[in-house]
Design a protein around this ligand. Structure first.
Ligand code: GDG
Length: 500
């Protein structure tokens, strides 16, 4: 007997982030545009969902066009592209265009020069300029207008769906206000959620920002605001209470604002765990574990990642424990980042000099203590370094979450290595089986390294198994599901594995 079952329409997901999930480049000779998938955590997690639910992605293309230039059409993915982004069709992309000067003020000036250091509690590095802020406001409005265009589009295609807008990160903290304002005119019911990938600082630091109230009001136009940790949630709630006099319920994570109840939730991001296990199982060997003992560091070149302190800690290890000379080396993979900013160029120079100093001080005819790669290596190669390193040294001065430590854990498919982790990462809140340390205490990090290098197999196995169980369970699928649940969305089912 056939039943007349009413099937609920799925929400229509619209992701809004500063960058699109791929990089568009224009060949200067042929003028052809090509798209190259990016491999960052956000893209890996969200792209398959957008592809599967035929959603939209609003973001900047990475190309500047002159005032009289016609923007190129968005290309389809290459047929050989097997990454999650390849499933997203050109028609699902809503590109944001912006003139170069305005974009630089917004991105280099306001986001990287002001908000990034402040949110990482490095207020001395933060530079605030009214001009930059005005362009931050303007670019957020540009993104919001494009998002409203996407909302109208998905509703034209199907008038029963509810657009579910998911805004990402500190570049777009004001977008929700304009989206709400403009879409009110259309009378379309929408849900707006936001996720911050970096820390949310405590009140005393956040209130240094000259536009702190505008930021809070912008975020409070969302229905759900997600952070990596409980600590960041409490900081945010506290700021809303103290700066905007909002009524708040800290334990329930609720803020009252303009007669609405906004939900504030901790949703720690995870990694595509199974994919890293598979990569580690298949990757060729780059380090001979039997003859080489490697301490590994991996990250973008950024002052928040604590590279100088880390090199100093390794130097201290060799000073205090000369038995490691010719036995152990430190391999640092550093991906170039924000290379046009003076501060980052200065940091690169400082690292180059320190690597040179340590190598000059300890090298022998057959051995150098530091191997330093300045560049981005393929993910399969990265997995093999993770797998074969004896110790991962992940010591940021401050980090929203940190994915490197999680990827290292997933890749320990053989003789388990040891994770040395900074207390000031979001990841440390749960990864208590790591050797936790303060990156500011050089001796403490050096001693943690010594302990890691000496740790017996039984203890290494016990610690690593617990870490692995947790990261496998709380992988990126779980993160997506947590967000959808907080948004009361019907897009994903609890056991639906989208990202593998
Ligand atoms: C922000 C927050 C938060 C690194 N080197 C190579 C390479 N990588 C990949 C790693 C990892 C990613 O880059 C770095 O992720 P992190 O989380 O460590 O750092 P941020 O870029 O600062 O990310 C952070 C994150 O957002 C997610 O919310 O955890 O706190 O700051 O995935 O694998 N990848 C390849 N080659 C390299 O040489 N292929």
């Amino acid at each position: 007997k056939e039943e007349n079952v009413e099937v609920a329409e799925q929400d229509a997901l619209i992701v809004v982030s500063n960058r699109l999930p791929f990089i568009i480049t224009k060949n200067p000779l042929t003028g052809d545009v090509e798209r190259k998938s990016s491999a960052g955590g956000l893209v890996t997690a969200v792209a398959p969902v957008v592809a599967q639910c035929k959603g939209k992605w609003v973001g900047w293309t990475g190309v500047f066009y002159g005032p009289n230039e016609e923007p190129d059409p968005i290309p389809e993915a290459d047929i050989n592209d097997k990454t999650p982004t390849a499933g997203i069709k050109a028609e699902q992309i809503v590109p944001v265009y912006c003139d170069e000067k305005r974009f630089k003020n917004y991105y280099d000036g306001c986001c990287n020069g002001g908000l990034w250091p402040l949110f990482h509690s490095m207020q001395d590095r933060a530079v605030f300029s009214d001009d930059h802020w005005q362009d931050y406001v303007a670019v957020n409005e540009l993104f919001a207008e494009k998002t409203v265009e996407a909302i109208r589009n998905v509703r034209e295609a199907n008038s029963n769906v509810t657009p579910l807008i998911w805004i990402h990160d500190s570049q777009l903290m004001l977008a929700a206000s304009t989206i709400r304002e403009l879409s009110k005119k259309d009378d379309i019911p929408i849900k707006i959620g936001f996720f911050l990938h970096i820390p949310f600082p405590p009140f005393d630091i956040f209130s240094i920002c000259p536009w702190s109230k505008d930021i809070l009001c912008g975020l409070l136009e969302c229905g759900v605001i997600g952070f990596h940790t409980e600590g960041y949630c409490l900081n945010f709630i506290d700021c809303c209470h103290r700066q905007l006099s909002c009524r708040v319920d800290r334990s329930a994570g609720i803020i009252e604002y303009k007669d609405r109840h906004i939900r504030v939730r901790a949703m720690p991001i995870g990694i595509p765990y199974d994919r890293f296990v598979q990569l580690a199982e298949e990757a060729p060997r780059v380090i001979k574990r039997t003859t080489e003992t490697v301490i590994l560091g991996v990250e973008r070149l950024d002052y928040t990642k604590g590279l100088i302190h880390r090199l100093q800690a390794f130097e201290k290890l060799l000073e205090d424990h000369p038995e490691y000379i010719e036995k152990v080396y430190f391999m640092q993979i550093t991906v170039p980042s924000r290379t046009n900013v003076q501060e980052y160029q200065d940091l690169k120079q400082e690292i180059d000099q320190l690597v040179g100093k340590i190598n000059g001080k300890f090298s022998t005819a057959n051995w150098s203590p530091v191997r330093y790669i300045y560049g981005c290596i393929p993910q399969s190669e990265l997995a093999s370094y993770y797998r074969d390193a004896s110790v991962a040294l992940v010591t940021p001065l401050r980090d929203g979450m940190n994915l490197v430590c999680k990827e290292f854990v997933a890749c320990q498919t053989g003789d388990p290595g040891v994770l040395v982790l900074s207390r000031f990462t979001g990841a440390a809140e749960l990864m208590q089986e790591a050797l936790l340390c303060s990156p500011y205490k050089i001796e403490e990090v050096a001693e943690a390294l010594h302990k890691a290098l000496q740790m017996p197999l039984e203890e290494r196995t016990m610690r690593m198994q617990s870490l692995q169980r947790r990261e496998k369970k709380n992988d990126v699928n779980t993160w997506m599901y947590m967000f959808m649940q907080a948004m009361e969305s019907n897009l994903l089912k609890p056991d639906q594995k989208i990202i593998t």
